[in-house]
Design a protein around this ligand. Structure first.
Ligand code: PLP
Length: 391
């Protein structure tokens, strides 16, 4: 009955965990949810006001399919201010979140017979975005001790004449890894040799803790085949507003807009008005949130590394840690996989995490530290307790 296309997609593991947590909470259990992929802060007040004003001022109708000209202008200003990137409004597409932008781009550029490089561990949606187009995801290994930068020898062997795209996601979900500029440059050079498109998913670009983030398109000499994806979601605690955008090649942007126009008509008109305020208004809350996240990162990394047999490399960005629990897993143990461990933490301790297997790595579990200090402390105490029980 259903199309082959739908058979190629798997449900989002992160959303599934969030649903499980909600179910448990509904039974009255005090659940600590560290599976979330969104800031635990409220959208800043100036942005909320802009949204309310948009409604009162009648910005409640369809907008142009690829977003309003005012928001596109705000995006070009933001890209210049924060990333030193110069784009014309004709090179910008506004979508219903960065996810929608990435989906549209995959649909626009990839098809059966193509191969697309994805670095593992990867964000859960990348393989599905690629598979649904008929193209084949090709996974490249990364080095956990080096911010999950690619193992270059593996990348070189995986690039073939069919490689049509390479997806970079730094800072990364799930690892929080932030690649060095030299590494990005090497990937760009290899992509250029292969004539492949580079997707740079920069939705966590404002969340780096140890160094200033440099956008991929700033590093490359030839930016014609680099598409930059950013989002209001994580930077401005606006996940539910659903505004993200793509910057890049005019022809691709136009084609993506055509697809979007025939699927969603346009991004939400009210959210677009709020996004203009987010991108061009007061930015002080962005750095406040960043400072809070950095403190939490240091706390959670410290706690995890103090647990016997756990290894957690310090991620440079995003709001996730991806510790290795392999010393607790194996055929002779009660815990055989990351799913087992994640389920154990959920069922025995009401701590919600996401099993690493969802991101392509069965030795790890993803913890989000977009949670209060109190929740993080209680969760770490409970994880420590479970590991003692499991040894
Ligand atoms: N890219 C990555 C790596 C993400 O983690 C997410 C959200 O979790 C997105 C893109 C999409 O975010 P949004 O659609 O809310 O902009």
């Amino acid at each position: 009955m259903l199309s082959d296309r739908i058979g190629r997609i798997t449900p989002s593991a992160t959303l599934a965990m969030t649903a499980k947590a909600a179910k448990l909470r509904a039974t009255g259990i005090d659940v600590i949810n560290l599976s979330v992929g969104e800031p635990d802060f409220a959208t800043p007040e100036n942005i909320r006001i802009a949204g309310k004003l948009a409604i009162d001022n009648g910005h409640t109708r369809y907008t142009p399919g690829g977003g309003t000209m005012d928001l596109k202008k705000a995006v070009t200003k933001k890209l210049l201010r924060d990333n030193n990137l110069k784009y014309d409004t004709s090179e910008i597409l506004i979508s219903c979140g960065g996810k929608h932008s990435l989906y549209n781009a995959c649909q626009t550029l990839f098809q059966t017979g193509d191969e697309v490089i994805i670095f593992s561990p990867y964000w859960v949606s990348f393989p599905d975005f690629v598979s649904v187009t008929g193209a084949t995801p090709v996974f490249v290994n990364t080095d956990p001790s080096q911010q999950y930068e690619p193992v270059m020898d593996d990348l070189r062997t995986k690039i073939t004449s069919r490689t049509k795209g390479i997806i970079i996601n730094s800072p990364s979900n799930p690892t929080g890894g932030v690649w060095g500029d030299e590494t990005v440059l090497t990937v760009l050079e290899l992509a250029e040799e292969a004539n492949a498109w580079v997707f740079s998913d920069e939705c966590y670009e404002q969340l780096t803790y140890d160094r200033t983030y440099i956008s991929t398109a700033m590093l490359g000499e030839n930016t014609e085949r680099i598409l930059t994806f950013q989002s209001c979601s994580k930077t401005y605690a606006m996940t539910g507003w659903r505004i993200g955008y793509t910057a890049g090649n005019k022809q691709v942007i136009k084609a993506m807009g055509k697809l979007q126009g025939q699927s969603t008509s346009c991004p939400n008109s009210i959210a677009q008005m709020a996004a203009i305020e987010a991108l061009t208004g007061d930015q002080s809350e962005v750095s406040q949130m960043r400072n809070v996240f950095k403190k939490r990162r240091d706390y959670i990394v410290g706690r995890l590394n103090n647990m016997v047999g756990v290894n957690c490399d310090t991620p440079g960005g995003a709001f996730y840690v991806f510790p290795d629990f392999s010393s607790y897993m194996g055929i002779d143990y009660k815990i055989k996989s990351s799913n087992d461990l994640s389920m154990y933490l959920l069922e025995q301790k009401a701590v919600v995490t996401v099993a690493g297997i969802a991101f392509g790595s069965d030795s790890n579990v993803r913890f989000s530290y977009a949670a209060s200090e109190d929740d993080l402390k209680r969760a770490m105490d409970l994880v420590e307790e479970s590991l003692t029980e499991l040894k």
